[in-house]
Design a protein around this ligand. Structure first.
Ligand SMILES: NC(=O)c1ccc[n+]([C@@H]2O[C@H](COP(=O)([O-])OP(=O)(O)OC[C@H]3O[C@@H](n4cnc5c(N)ncnc54)[C@H](O)[C@@H]3O)[C@@H](O)[C@H]2O)c1
Length: 308
C-alpha cells in the first residue's frame, strides 16, 4: 500500500515508529521531509533520501521551516510519549506542539494531517473498546494530552476544511523500540539473567501490534477514508500479559530468571492494566493485522536482541 500524496512531512520521523514510516515512504517513492528535535529520535535511523529539519516543533520558527506550502500531507508523530510521566508539563508541551503544527499548516494552505493518538484516551473502558465508546475518561496526563490533541484536530476537521486521520494505537513493538516493556526486560536480563523484576503483578494484559502491521494500517486508513475526521483504532484482536512477555523474552534469551513483582494491578500511576481495542471499524475498511500480539512480542524481542 502506498499513498497518493507525493511530498510528505513526518513530524517525529527520527523516532521508533517515525523512522520505520519514513523508510517505507521513501521506499514507495515519496519525497519525505522529517522534523525532529532528536530528544528520543536518532539521525542515523533516517534513510539518506529523507531530509531532516532539526528543531523543536513547538517553536513557530521550526514549524515555519518544516511546514511549507509544497507539501501534500503531514503525518504528525512528534510527542513526548512517556505515559508514566505524571506532570502537566507534558500535557502543555504536546498540545502546544500540535496546535503550532495546525496553525502553521493553515497559514500555508495545507489541509491533510494524520495524527498518532493512543489507546490511553479510553482510560479503563470495557474491552474490546470501539472508537465511539463514551465517555472518554483518560487516567494519565499522557492520555489526557492525546485526547486534547484529538479535540484540536477535530476543530480543524469540522470548522477549517481539514481532512484529519486519527490513529488510536495499541502498543506498537518492533526494532528500535525504546522505553517500553520488551526493551526494559531485555536490559534487565542482560544485567542479571538470574532475576527479573516485574512492575505490578504481571497480570496486566494488553494488545501489541507489530510495527509493519501498524504502518500498513496507517497507510490503508489514509487511502481509504476521507471524512473531515477519521478516527480508527489500530490494534490486534489478541492480547499478551506481562508475565507472558517475560516468558517470551526469557525464552528468546535462553535464560530462566526468578521473577519478583513490585505488586498492585498496574505498573505505575496512570497505567491502564487491561487494554484491547475493537478493530471492527478497521476490518470493515478492509484491513486486519497479520501478526497476533504474542507473535509481535516474539518478533520484536528477536530483532531488539540483534541490535545489541
Ligand atoms: N510506540 C507506541 O506503542 C505508541 C503507542 C501509542 C501512541 N504512540 C504515539 O506514536 C508517536 C510515535 O511514537 P514512538 O513510539 O515512535 O515514540 P518516539 O519517542 O520514538 O518518537 C517521537 C519522536 O518525536 C520527537 N519529538 C518529541 N518532541 C518533539 C518536539 N517538541 N519537536 C520535534 N520533535 C519532537 C522525538 O525526538 C522522537 O523522534 C507518538 O506520538 C506516540 O505518542 C506510540
Amino acid at each position: 500500500m502506498s499513498l497518493s500524496a507525493e511530498r510528505i512531512l513526518v513530524t517525529g520521523g527520527a523516532g521508533f515508529v517515525g523512522s520505520h514510516l519514513v523508510e517505507r515512504l521513501v521506499g514507495d517513492g515519496h519525497e519525505v521531509r522529517v522534523v525532529d528535535n532528536l530528544s528520543t529520535g536518532h539521525k542515523e535511523w533516517l534513510p539518506a533520501e529523507a531530509t531532516l529539519v532539526e528543531g523543536d516543533l513547538s517553536d513557530p520558527e521550526t514549524a515555519a521551516t518544516a511546514i511549507t506550502s509544497d507539501l501534500d500531507l503531514v503525518i504528525h508523530l512528534a510527542a513526548d510519549k512517556d505515559a508514566s510521566r505524571d506532570d502537566i508539563a507534558q500535557f502543555q508541551s504536546n498540545t502546544t506542539l500540535t496546535e503550532t503544527v495546525l496553525d502553521r499548516m493553515e497559514e500555508v494552505g495545507l489541509d491533510k494531517i494524520a495524527f498518532t493518538s493512543s489507546s490511553t484516551v479510553y482510560g479503563e473502558a470495557p474491552r474490546p473498546t470501539p472508537e465511539d465508546y463514551a465517555p472518554l475518561e483518560p487516567i494519565s496526563i499522557y492520555g489526557a494530552g492525546k485526547l486534547a490533541e484529538e479535540a484540536l484536530l477535530s476543530v480543524y476537521g469540522h470548522s477549517h476544511d481539514f481532512t484529519v486521520w486519527t490513529f488510536r494505537f495499541a502498543n506498537v513493538v518492533g526494532p528500535r523500540l525504546r522505553g517500553a516493556v520488551v526493551p526494559d526486560f531485555i536490559e534487565k536480563l542482560q544485567a542479571d539473567p538470574e532475576h527479573l523484576e516485574i512492575l505490578g503483578n504481571g497480570r496486566q494484559e494488553k494488545s501489541y501490534l507489530y510495527i509493519d502491521d501498524c504502518l500498513d494500517a496507517m497507510l490503508h486508513v489514509i487511502e481509504h477514508s476521507n471524512k473531515p475526521v477519521n478516527t480508527f483504532n489500530l490494534g490486534t484482536r489478541t492480547t499478551t500479559s506481562v508475565d507472558r512477555i517475560a516468558a517470551i523474552v526469557a525464552d528468546e534469551m535462553g535464560v530462566d530468571p526468578e521473577r519478583s513483582y513490585t505488586g498492585g494491578d498496574r505498573g505505575w500511576t496512570g497505567d491502564v492494566p487491561k487494554m484491547r481495542l475493537s478493530v471492527e471499524k478497521l476490518a470493515a475498511l478492509g484491513w486486519e493485522a497479520t501478526h497476533s500480539s504474542d507473535e509481535a512480542i516474539r518478533m520484536a524481542t528477536r530483532e531488539l536482541l540483534e541490535e545489541v
